[in-house]
Design a protein around this ligand. Structure first.
Ligand code: SAH
Length: 355
């Protein structure tokens, strides 16, 4: 039994069955035994691999998309370039490198990273250095300034609740105990105001997920973008409206049962982009969601891939071609992953996205 399983078992014994968001939050971010707090899970040898770790082109194109928004908004003289959940810092490093030649951009920016894991903060400092970078625990702590921000695979790591339609209301998926082992249980709940609109399009037995931590993050970004300008580019897997149980645990790039290895496996759930959109505050708009493959093609990934290919050969060229396909092909990350931007209501969306 892992140290975290012991803690969870004791907690459930004392307080009764635990909601999924509490379980997921402790598994990922428990200060001593959490999955993210104790390790760097990224990269080819890790539990999962993300777009910036697959190819430098991802960060380069996102960086240049933010540059275009910055120019469209009159090149604000001081702004925050921010990232939520920067992992190893690869995306930020690629964005900074790709934008170095843009006159005035680097002189105007300060870098802000929202990261809860001490291990990953150290990885980010190794790659990016410490000077000119500020780390924050929460998006709510970002400065009150024009904000150009990216978040790749951040929202899928925020804890979710799972509710199952039952008659005129909902029952909640919780974690209980049987014979000393963690087991799934269903518990009656009173009303769930956040799901009032889902009573119309669900039937008995349907599972709907809600992410209570997501709306405050969107609000924090949107308030700054509305007041001072900026843009947020959010990339994640998911779709417009949550339906079904999407919670999954990954260990060594393989699915594993969610309750089996608390703190030892990554836990993620599909992002409900409609719920993010509903949290956007006045003065800020959101783009339509666009598949990652379409977005990257519109930003010119094929031209960039061809340029990079010129200096590659053999196995390196094969890996580069495979990486391009992996980021954009429909069967790979091209359609499962979606992109949505926030931007001031007085401007248009970043390039590659539509109102
Ligand atoms: N964006 C990176 C890493 C994705 S993994 C990439 O694309 O490679 C998720 C990241 O979000 C990790 O850095 C993790 O530590 C961070 N994270 C997860 N939950 C968080 C929370 N509640 N607050 C701050 N950071 C969080």
């Amino acid at each position: 039994m892992t140290a975290l399983t012991e803690r969870l078992t004791a907690l459930i014994r004392a307080e009764g069955p635990m909601r999924m968001d509490s379980f997921m939050g402790l598994c990922l971010m428990h200060p001593e035994h959490g999955y993210y707090t104790t390790r760097d899970p990224l990269g080819a040898a890790g539990d999962f691999i993300t777009s910036p770790e697959i190819s430098q082109m991802f960060g380069e194109l996102l960086g240049l998309a933010l540059v275009q928004s910055w120019m469209d908004q009159g090149r604000p003289g001081r702004f925050a370039l921010a990232e939520l959940g920067p992992g190893r810092g690869t995306l930020m490093a690629d964005m900074l490198r790709a934008t170095r030649g843009v006159p005035g951009f680097h002189a105007a920016l300060s870098v802000h990273l929202v990261e809860a894991s001490p291990v990953l903060r150290a990885r980010q400092a190794d790659l990016l250095g410490q000077s000119g970078i500020t780390w924050h625990d929460r998006a709510e702590d970002l400065p009150d300034a024009p904000l150009f921000v990216v978040a790749n695979e951040f929202f899928d790591a925020l804890p979710i609740r799972q509710l199952e339609r039952s008659g005129a209301g909902w029952r909640e998926h919780v974690v209980g105990l049987r014979d000393g082992a963690l087991v799934p249980e269903l518990e009656a709940v009173k009303t769930v105001p956040a799901l009032a609109h889902r009573l119309d399009d669900t039937k008995d037995g349907d599972v709907v997920e809600i992410c209570p931590a997501a709306a405050p993050v969107i609000d924090a970004l949107g308030l700054r973008i509305a007041a001072h300008g900026g843009a947020a580019i959010i990339v994640d897997y998911g779709d417009w409206r949550s339906l079904g149980d999407t919670l999954q645990a990954l260990r060594a790039q393989r699915p594993t049962p969610v309750l089996d290895a608390p703190g030892e496996a990554d836990l993620t759930a599909h992002v409900d982009f409609e719920a993010l959109a509903r949290a956007v505050p006045d003065g800020c708009k959101h783009s339509r969601i666009t598949p990652q493959g379409v977005f990257l093609e519109r930003l010119g990934i094929t031209a960039r891939a061809q340029t990079l290919a010129k200096s590659l050969s053999g196995a390196k060229l094969d890996a580069h071609v495979a990486a391009h396909r992996r980021l954009t092909a429909p069967g790979e990350m091209g359609t499962l992953f979606k992109v949505m931007a926030l931007y001031p209501e007085t401007t248009g969306p970043p390039p590659g996205l539509e109102t």
